[in-house]
Design a protein around this ligand. Structure first.
Ligand code: CAP
Ligand code: MG
Length: 427
């Protein structure tokens, strides 16, 4: 074998964070220094050996490992700086082919995890970010001054109901008190529930619920499909008076998602992250949810599932809290994160979902604050007296929590019944 260039490893060198995209990696390898060097090379300009086609001016595009800390003899955490010139503006697939591409499959890598990423202002400039974000969605629901969390439901069973039954369940949930109803991630346009019929019936039901309650409501149909079909479905939703759409952002892929955002259809996007855990869950390998969330904020989703801490899905409190912050705040560099200033990119409404019920609300609010959509599927439609009572219990639990009252002490029969079945979680 020929020799590879060794100069990508330059610990201690000073890096201008405004001229680079910085990536933090966790690495396990036999020879940490050699593999860090190889990772920086393979993810920028290099390959396994020196090449005769090389020209000295190309060196400026090489990534640099500018800090690394060994945790023991076989693992390290390293920060790698990628010169901004390496990246095509406004091209997330290309970004990922650089910083999250071949390197995960290199033989000499035992485990590699992309922990965090930081974008300079010059890279953010070519992205619009969320068109609605927290404020835009609060305006639709009418919570700009109360600043309370929104509550929502996923119609259950996940799939199987026909359009009329689906709309009936949605209506019951709205009248019971939720702000937001959404399709499940695997409901799109199956024969038993055609998309257009479902949207028409459910938006009619939403209008009735709005009239009867005097409250604003949202319905998020899942438009996940091939790109052109997503655009067609979103336009259909808009024409029929819809006010948001849902996309399974990981399964549709970044190219489709970016192209969809560029269409400027004028509806907020609720991002479901189905399949993310295939690469975010293993703590030693893959890509963190934090990094994925930052990229999705950049691309411009308005609501994003981040985990619920006390529900059915995996996700430690410290991690989910940091993801929420990264979606909504500018963060300085710290031991937890590379930090990020977002400039013109608006904050994202975070979504807590998965195994939640009325009794989970105190803990979710304690951990994640108020700029959060709290969703319950089973935890509403599984109420002993059905969907309307479940939604009422959810609304009462939120009101109690906002007033600082223990759920057990709140005068609500529906809430009492929910607590008897599922309990209360305060932390
Ligand atoms: C919640 C949910 C969501 C999960 C996904 C579900 O339903 O609709 O897809 O929240 O996980 O089908 O499980 P339940 P995450 O309320 O009935 O659990 O939000 O972590 O991405
Ligand atoms: Mg679901």
């Amino acid at each position: 074998m020929g020799e590879a260039y060794e100069g990508y490893l330059q610990p201690g060198i000073s890096i201008d964070p405004e001229e680079h995209i910085i990536v933090r990696f966790y690495l396990e390898a036999e020879n940490l220094k050699r593999t860090l060097n190889a990772i920086a090379g393979e993810s920028s300009i290099g390959t396994w050996t020196e090449v005769k086609t090389y020209k000295p001016e190309i060196r400026r595009l090489g990534a640099i490992v500018f800090t690394y800390k060994t945790l023991d003899s076989s693992c390290a955490i390293a920060d790698v700086a990628y010169p901004i010139e390496l990246f095509e503006p406004h091209n997330v697939p290309q970004l990922l082919s650089d910083i999250a591409g071949n390197i995960f499959g290199m033989k000499e890598v035992n485990n590699l995890r992309l922990l965090d990423v930081r974008f300079p202002k010059s890279y953010l400039r070519d992205f619009k970010g969320p068109r609605f974000g927290i404020e835009g969605i609060r305006k639709i629901v009418g919570t700009e001054s109360s600043r309370r969390p929104h509550i929502g439901t996923i119609v259950k069973p996940k799939v199987g109901l026909g359009p009329k039954d689906f709309a009936k369940v949605a209506y019951e949930a709205w009248v019971g008190g939720v702000d937001f109803v959404k399709d499940d991630e695997n409901l799109t346009n199956q024969k038993f529930c055609p998309f257009e019929d479902r949207v028409i019936h459910t938006l009619e039901a939403m209008d009735r619920a709005k009239e009867e309650t005097g409250e604003n409501k949202m319905y998020s149909p899942n438009i996940t499909a091939s790109y052109k079909e997503m655009v067609r479905r979103a336009e259909f939703v808009k024409e029929h008076g819809g006010n948001i759409v849902m996309i399974d952002v990981v399964t549709v892929g970044f190219s489709a998602l970016q192209a969809f955002m560029d269409e400027e259809i004028g509806l907020p996007v609720h991002a479901h992250r189905a399949m993310h855990a295939a690469f975010t869950r293993n703590k030693k390998h893959g890509i963190s949810m934090l990094a994925l969330a930052k990229i999705l904020r950049l691309v411009g989703v308005d609501q994003l599932h981040i985990g619920a801490i006390v529900g059915k899905m995996e996700g430690e409190a410290s991690e989910v809290i940091l993801i929420r912050k990264s979606l909504q705040e500018d963060l300085p560099e710290s031991s937890e994160t590379l930090g990020q200033e977002w400039h013109h990119i608006k904050p994202v409404f975070a979504v807590a979902s998965g195994g939640l019920h009325p009794g989970s609300i105190p803990a979710v609010v304690k951990y994640l604050g108020r700029d959060i959509v709290i969703q319950a599927g089973g935890g509403i439609h599984g109420h002993p007296r059905g969907t309307r009572a479940g939604a009422k219990a959810m609304k009462d639990a939120l009101q109690a929590t906002m007033k600082g009252i223990r759920l057990e002490d709140y005068p609500s029969e529906e809430l009492k019944e929910a607590i008897e079945l599922w309990g209360v979680i305060y932390e």
